[in-house]
Design a protein around this ligand. Sequence first.
Ligand code: H2B
Length: 93
Amino acid sequence: MKALSEKEIKAKLKEFEGWDYHEGALHTIFEFEDFKEAFSAMTRIAFEAEKLQHHPEWSNVYNSLEIYLSTHDADGVTEKDFELAKIIDDLIG
Ligand SMILES: C[C@H](O)[C@H](O)[C@H]1CNC2=NC(N)=NC(=O)C2=N1
């Protein structure tokens, strides 16, 4: 899959609330009630990521979850990253 240009990424990001383009990846931070809610969301995201064979780079501290989406194979952001971002928003939003 082909990496999108920065211009294409910024245009597509207009349809996504709370996501930005940071360090060559789609990036967001979610805050949950507590650790249990954050980890539950991560579990649900993990199953969808596995189905898509596309995986987030993420880190969790207590109730916060920071996510970076990029396509290593393409060395950039692709449609697949936007696909996963949409799935994450639908699961969590
Ligand atoms: C073969 C397998 O599909 C690839 O290694 C996939 C796995 N998951 C992946 N996830 C992400 N985020 N980027 C990739 O380039 C990627 N490659």
